[in-house]
Design a protein around this ligand. Structure first.
Ligand SMILES: Cc1cc2nc3c(=O)[nH]c(=O)nc-3n(C[C@H](O)[C@H](O)[C@H](O)COP(=O)(O)O)c2cc1C
Ligand SMILES: [Mn+2]
Length: 490
Protein backbone atom coordinates (compact mmCIF):
# COMPACT_ATOMS: atom_id res chain seq x y z
CA UNK A 1 0.00 0.00 0.00
CA UNK A 2 1.35 3.40 -0.96
CA UNK A 3 1.99 5.93 1.80
CA UNK A 4 -1.08 8.09 2.22
CA UNK A 5 0.88 11.24 2.93
CA UNK A 6 4.00 12.62 4.57
CA UNK A 7 2.91 11.80 8.11
CA UNK A 8 2.29 8.20 7.10
CA UNK A 9 5.95 8.08 6.01
CA UNK A 10 7.00 9.76 9.27
CA UNK A 11 5.23 6.96 11.17
CA UNK A 12 7.05 4.37 9.08
CA UNK A 13 10.44 6.02 9.69
CA UNK A 14 9.75 6.14 13.39
CA UNK A 15 8.82 2.45 13.45
CA UNK A 16 12.03 1.58 11.60
CA UNK A 17 14.15 3.59 14.04
CA UNK A 18 15.04 6.01 11.25
CA UNK A 19 13.68 9.20 12.84
CA UNK A 20 14.64 11.28 15.85
CA UNK A 21 12.34 13.85 17.41
CA UNK A 22 13.86 17.07 18.68
CA UNK A 23 11.66 18.48 21.44
CA UNK A 24 13.88 21.40 22.47
CA UNK A 25 13.09 24.77 20.90
CA UNK A 26 15.57 25.38 18.08
CA UNK A 27 15.91 28.35 15.73
CA UNK A 28 15.30 27.73 12.00
CA UNK A 29 17.75 30.57 11.50
CA UNK A 30 21.09 28.70 11.21
CA UNK A 31 20.68 26.47 14.28
CA UNK A 32 18.80 23.68 12.51
CA UNK A 33 21.52 23.54 9.84
CA UNK A 34 24.26 23.29 12.45
CA UNK A 35 22.39 20.47 14.16
CA UNK A 36 21.90 18.54 10.90
CA UNK A 37 25.63 18.92 10.14
CA UNK A 38 26.64 17.56 13.54
CA UNK A 39 24.18 14.68 13.27
CA UNK A 40 25.65 13.82 9.85
CA UNK A 41 29.21 13.92 11.15
CA UNK A 42 28.26 11.68 14.06
CA UNK A 43 26.76 9.17 11.62
CA UNK A 44 30.07 9.00 9.74
CA UNK A 45 30.40 7.91 6.15
CA UNK A 46 30.26 4.17 6.71
CA UNK A 47 26.61 4.07 7.63
CA UNK A 48 25.69 5.17 4.09
CA UNK A 49 23.63 7.94 5.61
CA UNK A 50 23.79 11.47 6.96
CA UNK A 51 22.12 10.40 10.17
CA UNK A 52 18.45 9.90 11.00
CA UNK A 53 15.52 11.95 9.77
CA UNK A 54 14.92 14.80 12.21
CA UNK A 55 11.53 16.09 13.28
CA UNK A 56 11.92 19.41 15.04
CA UNK A 57 8.76 19.76 17.08
CA UNK A 58 9.38 23.30 18.28
CA UNK A 59 11.04 25.48 15.69
CA UNK A 60 11.43 28.93 17.20
CA UNK A 61 8.88 31.47 15.99
CA UNK A 62 6.44 28.96 14.48
CA UNK A 63 3.85 26.47 15.64
CA UNK A 64 4.57 24.20 12.68
CA UNK A 65 6.97 21.25 13.17
CA UNK A 66 9.82 20.89 10.68
CA UNK A 67 11.04 17.68 9.02
CA UNK A 68 14.56 17.48 7.59
CA UNK A 69 17.03 14.75 6.55
CA UNK A 70 13.97 12.70 5.59
CA UNK A 71 15.71 10.97 2.67
CA UNK A 72 19.26 11.10 3.99
CA UNK A 73 20.21 7.43 3.58
CA UNK A 74 20.04 4.66 1.00
CA UNK A 75 17.75 2.74 3.36
CA UNK A 76 15.29 5.65 3.62
CA UNK A 77 15.25 6.07 -0.16
CA UNK A 78 14.35 2.36 -0.34
CA UNK A 79 11.64 2.87 2.26
CA UNK A 80 10.38 5.89 0.30
CA UNK A 81 9.98 3.77 -2.83
CA UNK A 82 8.82 0.74 -0.82
CA UNK A 83 11.52 -1.59 -2.13
CA UNK A 84 14.24 -3.71 -0.57
CA UNK A 85 16.80 -2.50 -3.10
CA UNK A 86 16.70 0.54 -5.41
CA UNK A 87 17.47 -1.79 -8.32
CA UNK A 88 13.91 -3.11 -7.99
CA UNK A 89 12.60 0.24 -9.21
CA UNK A 90 15.06 0.04 -12.10
CA UNK A 91 13.79 -3.46 -12.92
CA UNK A 92 10.20 -2.21 -13.01
CA UNK A 93 11.14 0.61 -15.37
CA UNK A 94 12.99 -1.86 -17.56
CA UNK A 95 9.84 -3.98 -17.73
CA UNK A 96 7.92 -1.06 -19.19
CA UNK A 97 10.67 0.07 -21.53
CA UNK A 98 10.84 -3.45 -22.96
CA UNK A 99 7.25 -2.96 -24.14
CA UNK A 100 8.42 -0.90 -27.08
CA UNK A 101 7.78 -2.25 -30.57
CA UNK A 102 6.04 -5.59 -30.16
CA UNK A 103 7.26 -8.11 -32.74
CA UNK A 104 3.99 -9.93 -33.31
CA UNK A 105 0.49 -10.65 -32.07
CA UNK A 106 1.75 -12.61 -29.08
CA UNK A 107 3.93 -9.69 -27.99
CA UNK A 108 0.99 -7.34 -28.37
CA UNK A 109 -1.24 -9.52 -26.20
CA UNK A 110 1.50 -9.78 -23.61
CA UNK A 111 1.66 -5.98 -23.54
CA UNK A 112 -1.95 -5.43 -22.58
CA UNK A 113 -1.78 -6.02 -18.83
CA UNK A 114 1.30 -3.84 -18.58
CA UNK A 115 -0.39 -1.06 -20.52
CA UNK A 116 -3.42 -1.33 -18.27
CA UNK A 117 -1.08 -1.11 -15.28
CA UNK A 118 0.58 1.95 -16.78
CA UNK A 119 -2.84 3.54 -17.25
CA UNK A 120 -3.61 2.94 -13.60
CA UNK A 121 -0.76 5.24 -12.55
CA UNK A 122 -2.26 8.37 -14.12
CA UNK A 123 -3.08 11.09 -11.60
CA UNK A 124 -6.66 11.17 -10.47
CA UNK A 125 -8.60 14.40 -9.87
CA UNK A 126 -10.52 14.44 -6.60
CA UNK A 127 -12.97 17.01 -5.24
CA UNK A 128 -11.35 17.77 -1.93
CA UNK A 129 -8.16 17.11 -0.05
CA UNK A 130 -6.56 17.32 3.36
CA UNK A 131 -4.36 20.12 2.04
CA UNK A 132 -7.44 22.36 2.21
CA UNK A 133 -8.35 21.90 5.87
CA UNK A 134 -7.33 25.53 6.40
CA UNK A 135 -7.69 28.13 3.63
CA UNK A 136 -6.00 31.50 4.07
CA UNK A 137 -6.56 34.45 1.77
CA UNK A 138 -6.13 38.23 1.93
CA UNK A 139 -4.39 39.53 5.04
CA UNK A 140 -4.24 35.97 6.37
CA UNK A 141 -1.57 34.99 3.82
CA UNK A 142 1.72 34.90 5.70
CA UNK A 143 4.70 32.75 4.79
CA UNK A 144 6.49 33.81 7.95
CA UNK A 145 4.16 31.58 9.95
CA UNK A 146 6.17 28.61 8.72
CA UNK A 147 9.61 27.65 10.09
CA UNK A 148 11.43 28.45 6.86
CA UNK A 149 15.17 27.95 7.18
CA UNK A 150 17.95 30.40 6.81
CA UNK A 151 20.54 27.69 6.19
CA UNK A 152 23.97 29.35 6.09
CA UNK A 153 25.40 32.64 7.43
CA UNK A 154 25.76 34.43 4.08
CA UNK A 155 22.36 33.33 2.73
CA UNK A 156 20.34 36.23 1.35
CA UNK A 157 17.40 35.27 3.58
CA UNK A 158 15.12 32.35 4.34
CA UNK A 159 14.64 29.75 1.63
CA UNK A 160 11.91 27.20 0.99
CA UNK A 161 14.14 24.30 -0.06
CA UNK A 162 11.78 21.36 -0.72
CA UNK A 163 8.91 22.74 -2.82
CA UNK A 164 7.02 21.14 -5.67
CA UNK A 165 6.55 23.98 -8.15
CA UNK A 166 3.57 23.40 -10.47
CA UNK A 167 3.25 25.16 -13.82
CA UNK A 168 1.66 24.41 -17.18
CA UNK A 169 3.31 24.61 -20.57
CA UNK A 170 1.46 27.62 -22.06
CA UNK A 171 1.49 25.97 -25.51
CA UNK A 172 0.62 22.34 -24.78
CA UNK A 173 -1.12 22.74 -21.42
CA UNK A 174 1.05 19.92 -20.06
CA UNK A 175 1.94 20.01 -16.39
CA UNK A 176 5.43 20.35 -14.97
CA UNK A 177 6.60 19.86 -11.43
CA UNK A 178 10.06 21.02 -10.43
CA UNK A 179 11.93 21.36 -7.17
CA UNK A 180 13.24 24.93 -7.31
CA UNK A 181 14.29 26.78 -4.16
CA UNK A 182 12.33 29.89 -3.20
CA UNK A 183 13.82 32.81 -1.28
CA UNK A 184 11.29 34.44 1.01
CA UNK A 185 11.24 38.23 0.44
CA UNK A 186 8.25 38.99 2.68
CA UNK A 187 4.95 37.52 3.92
CA UNK A 188 3.65 36.90 0.40
CA UNK A 189 6.53 37.15 -2.04
CA UNK A 190 9.36 34.77 -2.91
CA UNK A 191 11.98 34.24 -5.56
CA UNK A 192 11.57 31.47 -8.12
CA UNK A 193 14.95 29.90 -8.76
CA UNK A 194 14.17 27.76 -11.81
CA UNK A 195 17.49 27.52 -13.61
CA UNK A 196 17.74 28.41 -17.30
CA UNK A 197 17.47 24.90 -18.72
CA UNK A 198 14.69 23.68 -16.40
CA UNK A 199 11.12 23.13 -17.50
CA UNK A 200 9.58 25.82 -15.28
CA UNK A 201 11.94 28.38 -16.84
CA UNK A 202 10.94 27.18 -20.31
CA UNK A 203 7.24 27.67 -19.48
CA UNK A 204 8.08 31.16 -18.25
CA UNK A 205 9.96 32.06 -21.46
CA UNK A 206 7.25 30.73 -23.76
CA UNK A 207 4.53 32.59 -21.89
CA UNK A 208 6.62 35.78 -21.90
CA UNK A 209 7.22 35.54 -25.65
CA UNK A 210 3.46 35.44 -26.20
CA UNK A 211 2.57 38.12 -23.67
CA UNK A 212 5.51 40.03 -22.16
CA UNK A 213 3.45 41.83 -19.53
CA UNK A 214 1.30 38.90 -18.47
CA UNK A 215 1.61 36.43 -15.65
CA UNK A 216 1.50 32.65 -15.29
CA UNK A 217 -0.31 30.77 -12.56
CA UNK A 218 2.05 28.90 -10.25
CA UNK A 219 1.21 26.69 -7.28
CA UNK A 220 3.64 25.17 -4.85
CA UNK A 221 3.06 22.10 -2.70
CA UNK A 222 5.27 21.44 0.32
CA UNK A 223 5.27 17.96 1.88
CA UNK A 224 3.46 14.95 0.40
CA UNK A 225 3.85 11.18 0.37
CA UNK A 226 7.52 10.42 -0.37
CA UNK A 227 7.28 9.45 -4.06
CA UNK A 228 5.25 12.57 -4.80
CA UNK A 229 7.48 14.83 -2.73
CA UNK A 230 10.55 13.51 -4.57
CA UNK A 231 9.01 13.72 -8.05
CA UNK A 232 9.98 17.38 -8.37
CA UNK A 233 13.66 16.56 -8.73
CA UNK A 234 13.34 13.74 -11.27
CA UNK A 235 15.28 14.45 -14.48
CA UNK A 236 12.53 13.34 -16.86
CA UNK A 237 11.80 14.72 -20.34
CA UNK A 238 9.72 17.89 -20.82
CA UNK A 239 5.97 17.33 -20.99
CA UNK A 240 6.25 13.98 -19.22
CA UNK A 241 4.11 14.48 -16.12
CA UNK A 242 6.09 14.09 -12.90
CA UNK A 243 2.81 13.23 -11.14
CA UNK A 244 2.37 10.27 -13.50
CA UNK A 245 5.88 9.17 -12.63
CA UNK A 246 5.10 9.55 -8.93
CA UNK A 247 2.05 7.32 -9.48
CA UNK A 248 4.30 4.75 -11.12
CA UNK A 249 6.74 4.88 -8.19
CA UNK A 250 4.06 4.51 -5.52
CA UNK A 251 2.01 2.07 -7.64
CA UNK A 252 -1.10 4.15 -6.99
CA UNK A 253 -2.31 7.29 -8.73
CA UNK A 254 -1.50 10.61 -7.11
CA UNK A 255 -4.77 12.27 -6.12
CA UNK A 256 -4.85 15.84 -7.38
CA UNK A 257 -7.16 18.62 -6.28
CA UNK A 258 -7.85 21.94 -7.99
CA UNK A 259 -6.45 25.05 -6.36
CA UNK A 260 -8.71 27.67 -4.78
CA UNK A 261 -7.51 30.65 -6.78
CA UNK A 262 -6.05 29.27 -10.03
CA UNK A 263 -6.66 26.34 -12.37
CA UNK A 264 -3.62 24.32 -11.41
CA UNK A 265 -3.94 21.07 -9.51
CA UNK A 266 -1.82 20.03 -6.54
CA UNK A 267 -1.49 16.74 -4.61
CA UNK A 268 -4.53 16.48 -2.32
CA UNK A 269 -2.39 14.98 0.45
CA UNK A 270 0.06 17.92 0.54
CA UNK A 271 0.86 19.46 3.92
CA UNK A 272 0.99 23.05 2.67
CA UNK A 273 0.02 24.68 -0.66
CA UNK A 274 0.97 28.15 -1.87
CA UNK A 275 -1.12 29.47 -4.75
CA UNK A 276 -0.27 32.48 -6.83
CA UNK A 277 1.46 33.71 -9.94
CA UNK A 278 4.76 34.71 -11.46
CA UNK A 279 4.78 38.01 -13.38
CA UNK A 280 6.47 37.77 -16.76
CA UNK A 281 7.99 41.25 -16.61
CA UNK A 282 9.46 41.13 -13.14
CA UNK A 283 12.90 39.95 -12.01
CA UNK A 284 14.49 40.38 -8.62
CA UNK A 285 17.85 39.70 -7.05
CA UNK A 286 17.97 36.22 -5.56
CA UNK A 287 20.69 34.73 -3.34
CA UNK A 288 23.32 34.29 -2.17
CA UNK A 289 22.50 30.74 -1.09
CA UNK A 290 24.79 28.14 0.49
CA UNK A 291 24.42 25.52 -2.20
CA UNK A 292 24.99 21.83 -2.81
CA UNK A 293 28.34 22.68 -4.39
CA UNK A 294 29.59 23.44 -0.88
CA UNK A 295 29.96 27.09 -1.90
CA UNK A 296 27.55 29.98 -2.01
CA UNK A 297 25.74 30.44 -5.27
CA UNK A 298 26.00 34.17 -5.82
CA UNK A 299 23.25 36.69 -6.35
CA UNK A 300 21.39 36.53 -9.64
CA UNK A 301 18.23 37.86 -11.25
CA UNK A 302 15.27 35.48 -11.06
CA UNK A 303 11.49 35.68 -11.42
CA UNK A 304 9.24 36.50 -8.48
CA UNK A 305 6.40 34.39 -7.08
CA UNK A 306 3.42 36.21 -5.57
CA UNK A 307 1.38 34.20 -3.09
CA UNK A 308 -2.37 34.92 -3.15
CA UNK A 309 -3.67 32.04 -1.10
CA UNK A 310 -2.23 29.49 1.32
CA UNK A 311 -4.00 26.27 2.16
CA UNK A 312 -2.74 23.70 4.64
CA UNK A 313 -3.68 20.90 6.98
CA UNK A 314 -4.84 21.73 10.49
CA UNK A 315 -1.49 20.55 11.83
CA UNK A 316 0.89 20.79 8.88
CA UNK A 317 4.45 19.43 8.86
CA UNK A 318 6.94 21.67 7.07
CA UNK A 319 9.24 19.55 4.88
CA UNK A 320 12.65 20.99 4.09
CA UNK A 321 16.23 20.01 3.33
CA UNK A 322 19.65 21.51 3.91
CA UNK A 323 22.20 21.53 1.12
CA UNK A 324 25.86 22.36 1.64
CA UNK A 325 29.27 20.67 1.51
CA UNK A 326 28.79 17.10 0.27
CA UNK A 327 27.46 14.72 1.33
CA UNK A 328 24.10 16.05 2.47
CA UNK A 329 20.59 14.60 2.25
CA UNK A 330 20.36 15.43 -1.45
CA UNK A 331 23.26 13.07 -2.24
CA UNK A 332 20.97 10.12 -1.47
CA UNK A 333 18.18 11.53 -3.62
CA UNK A 334 20.68 11.86 -6.47
CA UNK A 335 22.06 8.39 -5.87
CA UNK A 336 18.56 6.92 -6.11
CA UNK A 337 17.99 8.78 -9.38
CA UNK A 338 21.29 7.41 -10.71
CA UNK A 339 20.31 3.82 -9.84
CA UNK A 340 16.73 4.11 -11.05
CA UNK A 341 17.56 5.70 -14.40
CA UNK A 342 20.60 3.59 -15.23
CA UNK A 343 18.48 1.04 -17.14
CA UNK A 344 17.01 3.87 -19.19
CA UNK A 345 20.53 4.92 -20.15
CA UNK A 346 21.48 1.32 -20.86
CA UNK A 347 18.41 0.82 -23.00
CA UNK A 348 19.60 3.52 -25.35
CA UNK A 349 23.30 2.77 -24.91
CA UNK A 350 23.66 -0.95 -24.15
CA UNK A 351 27.43 -0.62 -24.14
CA UNK A 352 27.19 1.18 -20.78
CA UNK A 353 28.05 -1.34 -18.05
CA UNK A 354 27.74 0.97 -15.04
CA UNK A 355 27.85 4.58 -13.93
CA UNK A 356 29.33 6.08 -10.76
CA UNK A 357 28.94 9.59 -9.41
CA UNK A 358 30.93 10.30 -6.23
CA UNK A 359 29.22 12.56 -3.68
CA UNK A 360 32.07 15.06 -3.99
CA UNK A 361 31.29 15.36 -7.69
CA UNK A 362 28.00 17.07 -6.61
CA UNK A 363 26.02 15.32 -9.40
CA UNK A 364 27.20 17.38 -12.35
CA UNK A 365 30.93 17.65 -11.88
CA UNK A 366 31.99 14.04 -12.35
CA UNK A 367 30.52 10.96 -13.97
CA UNK A 368 32.50 7.76 -14.30
CA UNK A 369 31.14 5.53 -17.03
CA UNK A 370 32.22 1.95 -17.67
CA UNK A 371 31.63 0.72 -21.22
CA UNK A 372 32.06 -2.49 -23.12
CA UNK A 373 34.17 -0.94 -25.84
CA UNK A 374 33.70 -2.47 -29.27
CA UNK A 375 34.89 -0.01 -31.91
CA UNK A 376 37.47 2.74 -32.30
CA UNK A 377 36.41 6.02 -30.70
CA UNK A 378 33.67 4.33 -28.70
CA UNK A 379 34.54 6.17 -25.47
CA UNK A 380 34.13 9.53 -27.22
CA UNK A 381 30.81 8.49 -28.67
CA UNK A 382 29.58 7.78 -25.13
CA UNK A 383 30.78 11.18 -23.89
CA UNK A 384 28.75 12.87 -26.59
CA UNK A 385 25.77 10.67 -25.80
CA UNK A 386 25.87 11.70 -22.13
CA UNK A 387 26.21 15.38 -23.00
CA UNK A 388 23.02 15.06 -25.01
CA UNK A 389 21.02 13.13 -22.43
CA UNK A 390 18.65 15.40 -20.48
CA UNK A 391 20.26 16.95 -17.41
CA UNK A 392 23.38 14.79 -17.90
CA UNK A 393 24.24 17.58 -20.38
CA UNK A 394 25.66 19.42 -17.36
CA UNK A 395 28.32 16.79 -16.64
CA UNK A 396 31.55 18.76 -16.37
CA UNK A 397 33.95 15.82 -16.39
CA UNK A 398 33.16 12.42 -17.87
CA UNK A 399 35.66 9.63 -17.31
CA UNK A 400 35.10 6.62 -19.55
CA UNK A 401 36.70 3.38 -18.38
CA UNK A 402 36.56 -0.21 -19.59
CA UNK A 403 33.77 -2.45 -18.30
CA UNK A 404 36.10 -4.37 -15.96
CA UNK A 405 36.71 -1.27 -13.81
CA UNK A 406 34.44 -0.95 -10.77
CA UNK A 407 33.11 2.59 -11.13
CA UNK A 408 31.98 2.67 -7.49
CA UNK A 409 35.48 1.96 -6.21
CA UNK A 410 37.02 5.41 -6.64
CA UNK A 411 40.51 4.17 -5.70
CA UNK A 412 40.38 1.66 -8.51
CA UNK A 413 39.10 4.32 -10.89
CA UNK A 414 41.88 6.79 -10.04
CA UNK A 415 44.51 4.08 -10.36
CA UNK A 416 43.36 2.49 -13.61
CA UNK A 417 42.08 5.63 -15.33
CA UNK A 418 45.32 7.52 -14.77
CA UNK A 419 47.40 4.54 -15.92
CA UNK A 420 45.41 4.40 -19.15
CA UNK A 421 46.01 8.04 -20.10
CA UNK A 422 48.13 9.83 -22.62
CA UNK A 423 46.59 13.15 -21.56
CA UNK A 424 47.14 15.10 -24.75
CA UNK A 425 45.62 12.32 -26.81
CA UNK A 426 42.82 11.22 -24.48
CA UNK A 427 41.20 14.43 -23.26
CA UNK A 428 38.34 15.96 -25.19
CA UNK A 429 36.97 19.45 -24.54
CA UNK A 430 33.55 20.65 -25.66
CA UNK A 431 31.58 23.87 -25.24
CA UNK A 432 27.92 23.81 -24.30
CA UNK A 433 25.31 24.39 -21.63
CA UNK A 434 26.60 24.04 -18.07
CA UNK A 435 25.04 23.98 -14.62
CA UNK A 436 23.78 27.42 -13.55
CA UNK A 437 25.49 26.82 -10.19
CA UNK A 438 28.93 26.26 -11.74
CA UNK A 439 30.76 29.35 -10.48
CA UNK A 440 34.04 28.54 -12.25
CA UNK A 441 32.73 28.80 -15.81
CA UNK A 442 33.48 31.92 -17.87
CA UNK A 443 29.83 32.88 -17.80
CA UNK A 444 26.61 31.63 -16.22
CA UNK A 445 24.97 28.68 -18.02
CA UNK A 446 27.55 28.39 -20.83
CA UNK A 447 31.04 27.00 -20.73
CA UNK A 448 33.22 23.97 -21.24
CA UNK A 449 33.17 20.30 -20.35
CA UNK A 450 35.83 17.63 -20.48
CA UNK A 451 35.79 13.98 -21.41
CA UNK A 452 38.61 11.62 -20.52
CA UNK A 453 38.98 8.46 -22.55
CA UNK A 454 40.52 6.17 -19.94
CA UNK A 455 39.82 2.95 -21.81
CA UNK A 456 42.57 0.65 -23.10
CA UNK A 457 43.76 2.06 -26.42
CA UNK A 458 43.55 -0.10 -29.52
CA UNK A 459 45.70 -0.43 -32.65
CA UNK A 460 42.65 0.71 -34.61
CA UNK A 461 42.82 3.91 -32.61
CA UNK A 462 46.43 4.44 -33.66
CA UNK A 463 47.99 2.86 -30.58
CA UNK A 464 50.56 0.41 -31.87
CA UNK A 465 52.52 -0.38 -28.72
CA UNK A 466 51.55 -3.49 -26.74
CA UNK A 467 49.13 -2.91 -23.81
CA UNK A 468 50.26 -4.67 -20.63
CA UNK A 469 48.13 -7.06 -18.58
CA UNK A 470 47.03 -6.10 -15.10
CA UNK A 471 49.03 -7.92 -12.42
CA UNK A 472 47.07 -10.85 -10.99
CA UNK A 473 48.39 -13.94 -9.17
CA UNK A 474 47.80 -17.24 -10.97
CA UNK A 475 45.23 -19.65 -9.55
CA UNK A 476 47.63 -22.53 -8.97
CA UNK A 477 49.86 -20.46 -6.69
CA UNK A 478 46.84 -19.12 -4.84
CA UNK A 479 45.61 -22.67 -4.24
CA UNK A 480 49.01 -23.77 -2.93
CA UNK A 481 49.18 -20.82 -0.54
CA UNK A 482 45.58 -21.43 0.54
CA UNK A 483 46.64 -24.90 1.63
CA UNK A 484 49.65 -23.51 3.48
CA UNK A 485 47.90 -20.49 4.98
CA UNK A 486 46.95 -21.86 8.40
CA UNK A 487 50.49 -23.09 9.04
CA UNK A 488 51.90 -19.60 8.39
CA UNK A 489 50.31 -18.10 11.54
CA UNK A 490 49.56 -14.59 10.23
C1 LIG B 1 17.57 19.76 -2.77
C2 LIG B 1 17.45 20.18 -4.21
C3 LIG B 1 17.36 21.52 -4.52
C4 LIG B 1 17.25 21.94 -5.84
N1 LIG B 1 17.16 23.28 -6.12
C5 LIG B 1 17.01 23.68 -7.40
C6 LIG B 1 16.86 25.05 -7.72
O1 LIG B 1 16.85 25.92 -6.85
N2 LIG B 1 16.70 25.39 -9.02
C7 LIG B 1 16.69 24.47 -10.03
O2 LIG B 1 16.54 24.83 -11.19
N3 LIG B 1 16.86 23.16 -9.76
C8 LIG B 1 17.00 22.74 -8.47
N4 LIG B 1 17.14 21.42 -8.20
C9 LIG B 1 17.19 20.44 -9.30
C10 LIG B 1 15.84 20.22 -9.92
O3 LIG B 1 14.89 19.89 -8.96
C11 LIG B 1 15.91 19.13 -10.98
O4 LIG B 1 16.80 19.54 -11.98
C12 LIG B 1 14.55 18.80 -11.59
O5 LIG B 1 14.69 17.75 -12.51
C13 LIG B 1 13.93 19.99 -12.27
O6 LIG B 1 12.67 19.67 -12.79
P1 LIG B 1 12.35 19.97 -14.32
O7 LIG B 1 13.23 19.04 -15.11
O8 LIG B 1 10.90 19.63 -14.46
O9 LIG B 1 12.65 21.39 -14.57
C14 LIG B 1 17.23 20.98 -6.87
C15 LIG B 1 17.31 19.63 -6.55
C16 LIG B 1 17.42 19.22 -5.24
C17 LIG B 1 17.50 17.75 -4.93
MN1 LIG C 1 9.89 18.36 -15.82
Amino acid sequence: MAYRDLRDFVRKLEKEGELTRVRTEVDPILEITEITQRVARAAGRKANSVGPALLFEKPKGSRVPLLVNTFGSVRRMELAFEVERLDEVAERIKGFLALESPQGLFDKIKMLPKLAELGSFFPKTVKDGDCKEVVRTGADVNLLGFPILKCWPQDGGRFITFPLVFTRNPETGKRNVGMYRMQVYDERTTGMHWQTQKHGAEHFRRARAANPDGRIPVSVAIGADPATALAGMLPIPPDLDEMMFAGFLRREPVEMVKCETNDLEVPANAEIVLEGYVSLNEMRTEGPFGDHTGFYSLEGEFPVFHVECITHRKDPIYLTTVVGPPPQEDYFMGYAVERVFLPVMKMQYPEIADVGMPAEGIFHNLMIVAIRKSYPGHARKIMNAIWSLGQAMFTKVIVVVDHDVNVHDYREVVWKALCALDPERDVQFVLGPVDTLDHAQRMQDYGSKMGIDATRKWPTEGFTRPWPDEILMDEATKARVNALWKTLHF
